[in-house]
Ligand binder design. Sequence first.
Ligand SMILES: Cc1ncc(COP(=O)(O)O)c(C=O)c1O
Length: 284
Amino acid sequence: MHKFASSLRRLTTDRNKFGPCRLRCFSQLAERQSTVESTGGVPIIPAFDYSPPPYVGPTADEILRKRKEFLSPSMFYFYKKPLNVVHGKMQYLFDENGRRYLDGFGGIATVNCGHCHPEVVQAIINQVNTIQHSTILYLNHCIADFAAALADKLPGELKVVFFTNSGTEANELALMMARLYTGCQDIISLRNAYHGNAAGTMGATAQSNWKFNIVQNGVHHAINPDPYRGAFGSDGEKYAKDVDDLIQFGTSGHVAGFIFEAIQVNYFLYNYQNKMNYMQSRMS
Ligand SMILES: Cc1ncc(COP(=O)(O)O)c(C=O)c1O
């Protein structure tokens, strides 16, 4: 953690060294309103009236050894000494020594309900005590009630809900539906995008570290309209013209759909992780 804090400090003070990829504060308002105090440059997170139960499970080294023996090496981890996360409470995580961390992305970018919120925990217990699993081939009111509750929050004519198990599966379904509905094959996506790692979504993804060397056809990647590092800065019309060119000169002229993330979080994480690895290699 100390290494992380000092790397972060060096990243923010040495920001001019990194040219167009330098670190920026995306919300100056959040920065101003932050309750984080600074002591000697090391940020302190706010007090939290909760102590996790003592951890009696295996050590980080034991878990690593078992992972290496029984899990695919494709499941990589961050940092030379990866964090052993053993407990979660609301927005915080705790490691095997009871040290608390602010969880910046809920475990994975597409999950956003924190950890062990009492209402979420109680709802899960109630359901598991009632019936654990059913199928849409028979009736049960839960799926219909949940769909109706979600539809009630959706705008306009968006009133039909599909439930999936993951972001990848949701995007696979969206791509397939767009293709079936339009009768077109071509999809426009953005460079730097992340949409999942199954057959179709890997094609829509545009970060080399998340793409395997297999055939991924039917997706064309437009220039990423990144106002900070993008080729055209914040000139939206030039990015739109690139999409137009791509449709005219890179496809049959008819496309099934355009897929994009409202905010390219994975692209940010990718850049950030590269910076951290670079800083760590220079520090060790
Ligand atoms: C923007 C985005 N789309 C899709 C996915 C894929 O979701 P999942 O890992 O649940 O398949 C992720 C996962 O991080 C994501 O961040």
